[in-house]
Design a protein around this ligand. Structure first.
Ligand code: SF4
Ligand code: SF4
Length: 370
């Protein structure tokens, strides 16, 4: 159903919240794995059914009509949804410029690889979770045999001509951080597009899992020093790596607010729309999106999220612990969503504050004057 969508109606709904550019769309809670660090706690007995395919197509069309650019299909494991490929192909036909599939890749069949290749989707990428360069590290969180199965799937995709569409998503933890340079080497050997690291989010099952922890400050500082001293690591990282800790060291732009709040909303399988991937609070969820339509949901969200936008702008000045931090001018109080997901309050410190502050202390930012 084509919409008479009006992005301005969202922007002008009482706030200066801008319309979304990227939508993360969970299409199933089911997963073939039960990773101990899974912050959405996906598994084989989900609380909600898969999103029906017709609802997905309608939602994708509404997002495109509102000027959306990038859609990210996630789960659970999206390959378990019977309509995942048709939904991606549909997104490619209606003008979205980037389409991403977030997957553990283990369930890719030869046939699907061929279909993906033939689809020729514009701006299409596959983000594959790989939590280490060895089975020992990856399987510690994802279960025995997961590393071998994911590597086999990557090989299938590479043989199918999709190497340059693959980004490795790596979750930084104490037990695997030192393997990040090896992962870059592995990706280079296979001709993959990028390796992107993200920090552990202590929500869902990760909040209960005792055997894992985020890296400590010394580990990050050692990795930065290795970047400085190891030519091959540095060359590969600069070509196709990304890790927040290595970027913090180079921060030089002054910031007064913490993020692109609400431009990257997240829609769950049980029909809750959050302003971002990490800001989960029922108080700030818009319900019934598939029924009321995305435009109406975003208008409701713009009113609901206005106080959060204000908090995100005031955090850096209001947080006591930031006042004497050498990185205060570039960090702006860290990420409000992370503060929320780890501590349950938008006024708490970002859970990576200690590590971030250690890096700013060792390498004080030279703040650019605009
Ligand atoms: S982290 Fe990903 S692969 Fe693991 S259980 Fe969660 S959704 Fe499944
Ligand atoms: S590193 Fe921590 S203390 Fe420093 S500005 Fe960021 S949030 Fe505040």
């Amino acid at each position: 159903m084509p919409l008479s969508a009006n992005p301005a109606s969202i922007e002008s709904a009482q706030t200066d919240i801008r319309p979304p550019t990227t939508l993360t769309l969970a299409i199933t809670e089911r997963c073939n794995l039960t990773c101990c660090h899974c912050w959405v706690a996906a598994g084989q007995q989900p609380n909600s059914p898969d999103v029906p395919e017709w609802s997905l197509l309608q939602l994708i069309e509404q997002f495109s009509a509102l000027g959306g650019e990038h859609i990210r299909f996630t789960g659970g494991e999206p390959l378990l949804h019977p309509g995942w490929l048709r939904a991606m192909q549909f997104a490619g036909t209606i003008g979205l410029s980037a389409i991403t599939l977030q997957t553990n890749a283990m369930l890719f069949t030869e046939q699907q690889v061929k279909q993906l290749r033939r689809s020729g989707l514009p701006g299409f990428s596959i983000q594959i979770s790989l939590d280490g360069a060895t089975a020992a590290s990856h399987d510690r969180v994802r279960g025995s045999g997961a590393f071998a199965a994911t590597m086999q799937a990557i090989d299938r995709l590479v043989q199918g001509g999709l190497a340059d569409r693959i980004t490795i998503n790596f979750t930084e933890m104490q037990h695997n951080l030192e393997e990040f340079p090896d992962l870059l080497q592995l990706a280079e050997k296979l001709g993959l597009a990028a390796v992107v690291a993200g920090t552990l989010v202590k929500g869902g099952r990760a909040a209960e899992c005792s055997g894992i922890a985020p890296p400590d400050s010394d580990q990050y500082l050692r990795l930065i020093r290795r970047y400085d001293s190891d030519h091959d690591f540095r060359t590969r990282y600069d070509a196709f790596g990304n890790m927040a800790a290595l970027q913090w060291r180079q921060d030089d732009s002054p910031r007064s607010s913490c993020c692109t709040f609400a431009e990257h909303p997240y829609l769950t399988t049980d029909d809750r729309l959050y302003p971002c991937l990490l800001c989960h609070s029922d108080e700030y969820a818009v319900h019934g999106v598939y029924e009321k339509g995305l435009e109406a949901a975003l208008q409701e969200g713009a009113r609901l999220w206005a106080p959060l936008l204000e908090i995100s702008r005031r955090r850096s000045a209001a947080l006591d612990h930031c006042r004497d931090c050498p990185g205060a001018a570039v960090c702006a109080g860290g990420c409000m969503g992370r503060a929320w997901s780890s501590c349950g309050s938008p006024w708490a410190a970002d859970d990576r504050c200690e590590q971030r502050r250690a890096i700013y202390s060792a390498f004080p930012p030279k703040v650019r004057q605009n």
